[in-house]
Design a binder for this molecule. Structure first.
Ligand code: KG4
Ligand code: ZN
Length: 341
């Protein structure tokens, strides 16, 4: 059976719409980023995020339908991010998706945001195949998972405190860099030399697949406050910070590859856009006769294409969503391992 799935993402500060056809692939996607609006406050303001999703969502759906050359009446299901994320922001996408699905008499499919990220490398022209190890590195999560199929996710390790993206963002803020800090800090790091400052590699020898990144920002702050620290040393400090995060992410991802005996590593989430992380993982996996897969850059950050795709994958795997008697809820906190195929 052919499925035409509309995907809706509104968990944080991007409104994203995707249109995925199970035979023809991704037909269109549209996204609006609220970065400029939140920049004035130095971070995401949840209430402003919700209001902006309300403003953008319908025009973005119209635009995606027009780009994809399909009409609403051809849609067979609507997938939307149910969580994790900001409650108010999630509710905007959920209400629009459920209302539209009811009016079109089609299925509404709740999708886990991280599942969207995790499957997004499969939208690439050379996709990975199950089973694989996934390194999920977003603003809110750092997790290593074994993925055996759609809905078959085993958590192997995760951050016990800050996520890698969060560590980038918080460290950038401490260094006085503008929001959104992660990519700005990464650009600064590219101009510096790692090793001139010495930062710890937290939990690198812990013997498990867990991470801890919250201490790094304090170590950066301590270094930046040393008497004699010059502004033009900031790039070197940023480079050492990035190298510390990348060292730990690589070490744990490779340990998961060794532990599972799998040959494919999939990296997903916003930090997956980090150039240094991409370089290092490519080298490390090639040396082991394996391969690393990344989402296309436009699918690293939040988008609706990955949600439409995750919904379509569940439909193609024969999953029917649980009967909810006309009601729906969002799940601002929702462990990925609770998603089942
Ligand atoms: O997956 P994502 O778009 O949103 C969440 O679901 O959280 O990830 C956003 C995170 C932010 O913390 C951002 O700073 C980080 O990804 N990020 C980066 C880079 N680009 C985005 N971190 C390091 N280097 C980058 N180039
Ligand atoms: Zn995300």
């Amino acid at each position: 059976m052919n499925h035409l799935v509309l995907g809706i993402e509104s968990s944080c500060d991007e409104t994203g719409i995707g249109l995925y056809d199970s035979r023809a692939g991704l037909l269109a996607h549209t996204v609006f980023s609220q970065i400029d609006m939140h920049a004035a406050y130095g971070g995401v303001v949840p209430e402003l995020a919700s209001r902006d999703h309300v403003r953008r969502i319908i025009p973005l759906i119209r635009e995606a339908m027009a780009k994809g050359g399909r009409s609403l009446s051809q849609i067979t299901a609507i997938a939307y991010t149910t969580g994790p994320g900001l409650a108010g922001a999630l509710l905007v996408g959920a209400s629009v998706a459920e209302a539209l699905a009811t009016s079109l008499s089609v299925l509404a499919l709740p999708v886990h945001h991280l599942e969207g990220h995790l499957l997004s490398p499969m939208l690439a022209t050379e996709p990975p195949h199950f089973p694989f190890v996934a390194l999920l590195v977003s603003g809110g999560h750092t997790q290593v998972m074994r993925v055996d199929g759609v809905g078959k996710y085993e958590l192997l390790g995760e951050s016990v405190d800050d996520a890698a993206g969060e560590a980038f963002d918080k460290t950038a803020k401490l260094l006085g860099l503008p929001y959104p800090g992660g990519p700005v800090l990464a650009r600064l790091a590219a101009q510096g030399v790692p090793g001139r400052f010495k930062l710890p590699r937290p939990m690198i020898h812990s013997g498990d697949l867990n991470f801890s990144f919250s201490g790094l920002k304090t170590a950066v702050l301590t270094a930046a406050r040393q008497p004699g620290f010059l502004p033009d040393q900031q790039a070197d400090l940023a480079a050492e910070f990035q190298e510390a995060v990348v060292d730990v992410l690589c070490a744990k991802a490779i340990a998961a590859i060794r532990q599972t005996g799998l040959k494919q590593l999939v990296v997903a989430g916003g930090v997956g856009a980090n150039v240094r992380l991409r370089e290092r993982l490519r080298d490390e996996m090639a040396r082991r006769g394996g391969r690393v897969y990344f989402p296309e850059l436009e699918f690293c950050s939040d988008n609706g294409a990955m949600i439409a795709f995750a919904g379509a994958m569940h439909l193609m795997a024969g999953r029917q969503p649980a009967e909810r008697g006309g009601s729906f809820a969002v799940r601002p906190r929702w462990p990925l391992a609770e998603v089942s195929g």
